[in-house]
Ligand binder design. Structure first.
Ligand code: ATP
Ligand code: MG
Length: 354
């Protein structure tokens, strides 16, 4: 499904989606999602999408916009944690000339830019309480105020929010307003983790295989049944994103061992791991594996010691916030403390030996 051409006045391009039969697969939980989307698409009500990292919240938000009567209007995505707290208010609500030092001219915010379109607030739990009350006003009467403005402005905008945290828990902690929760949660869409939809894994694998073979002009072969069965049993802490990255690596690097070594038990100390002394040793492969594992362990430790504050973690590690987010995803780590660290993944020695 390609919607790029049907959207005329975009603030951001909507992008392509995988085919619907791939997105929804065949599990009951995903059929409920499909059914819910078809019902809510035409109604201008706020939608809250929740699910673990990598379960497809972004895709579903874009599908909601693409299927709505405002599909020809703007699609405006705001990745709340990526914009520093102090800037977020002006990014969202805009400002008037002279509102603060450096405000040499007026600037509309993303809320205004989303007029007659969809405003997608990703990782909504990261909004601070002050901004939460401004958003509440917007949802109540469509009104908001630019920083430094004397009067409110009015917009018509469909608000879609996503979170991978339990907002009920955030309410209990006092970090999320319950009245805002009820406003954004008029319709709720829950995306199940991949481990709960294992029967969809073969189709997803084949889709990504074909997709990346085409994209990188490669000819990686279909996976063996043995490896497919390992994938079906794996825990998938990074969900569909982790699976997609795995297949991408397989297509580029070209052998199944790349996958099986990625799925080896995470807690193994690679320096004491069984190094096969009977045949050839691939130093390159062992080193790559050890570096990935070490990086994963260090990031996890620093995240834990910073109470999962990703900005502080990036600072401690001396890497950019963006680089950290990429590494968290790539390593299949949960993006916040609410999620369990993966149970030990299945042992895949017999496959690796194939
Ligand atoms: N149901 C699905 N079918 C096909 N591809 C999917 C599906 N769900 C996710 N993906 C792919 O996995 C990747 C991650 O998806 P997406 O960005 O929508 O996840 P997310 O839930 O928003 O994650 P996060 O919470 O980390 O932002 C994307 O490349 C997307 O194309
Ligand atoms: Mg997302």
């Amino acid at each position: 499904m390609n919607t790029t051409s049907s959207v005329s006045s975009l603030v951001q391009p909507l992008g392509d989606f995988p085919p619907e039969n791939i997105i929804f697969g065949r599990t009951e939980a995903m059929q409920t999602v499909r059914d819910r989307l078809s019902r809510l698409a035409g109604a201008n009500v706020p939608v809250l999408i929740h699910g673990e990292s990598g379960t497809g919240k972004d895709i579903i938000a874009r599908m909601i916009h693409a299927a709505s009567p405002w599909r020809n209007g703007p699609w405006v995505k705001v990745n709340c944690p990526a914009i520093p707290g102090t800037l977020l208010e002006s990014e969202l609500f805009g400002y008037e000339k002279g509102a603060f030092t450096g405000a040499f001219g007026a600037k509309p915010g993303r809320v205004e830019l989303a007029h007659r379109g969809t405003l997608f607030l990703d990782e909504i739990s990261e909004l601070d309480l002050g901004l939460q009350s401004k958003l509440l006003q917007l949802l109540q009467d469509g009104q908001f105020c630019r920083i430094g403005a004397q009067e409110d402005k009015k917009v018509e905008v469909r608000v879609v929010c996503a979170t991978n945290r339990k907002l009920e828990q955030e309410i209990e902690n006092g970090t999320f307003r319950s009245d805002l929760f009820y406003r954004i949660n008029v319709v709720n869409v829950y995306l199940p983790p991949l481990r709960e939809r294992a029967e969809d894994i073969p189709e997803l694998v084949n889709y990504f295989l074909e997709h990346y073979n085409r994209k990188y002009n490669c000819r990686a072969r279909a996976l063996s049944l043995q490896l497919m069965s390992v994938l079906r049993k794996y825990h998938w802490p990074g969900n569909v994103r982790e699976l997609e990255n795995l297949i991408k690596r397989y297509v580029i690097l070209g052998n199944e061992e790349v996958i099986s070594s990625d799925l080896k038990p995470r807690e193994t100390d690679l320096f004491n791991a069984d190094i096969p002394m009977d045949g050839q040793i691939s130093l390159k492969k062992l080193t790559r594996q050890a570096v990935r594992e070490l990086e994963r362990k260090v990031i996890l430790k620093v995240l834990q010691s910073n109470h999962w504050n990703r900005k502080m973690t990036a600072k401690t590690l001396g890497i950019s916030y963006r680089a950290l987010l990429y590494k968290i995803r790539d390593a299949g780590l949960p993006s916040n403390r609410m999620k369990r660290i993966a149970e030990p993944p299945v042992e895949v020695k017999e496959v690796a030996a194939d």
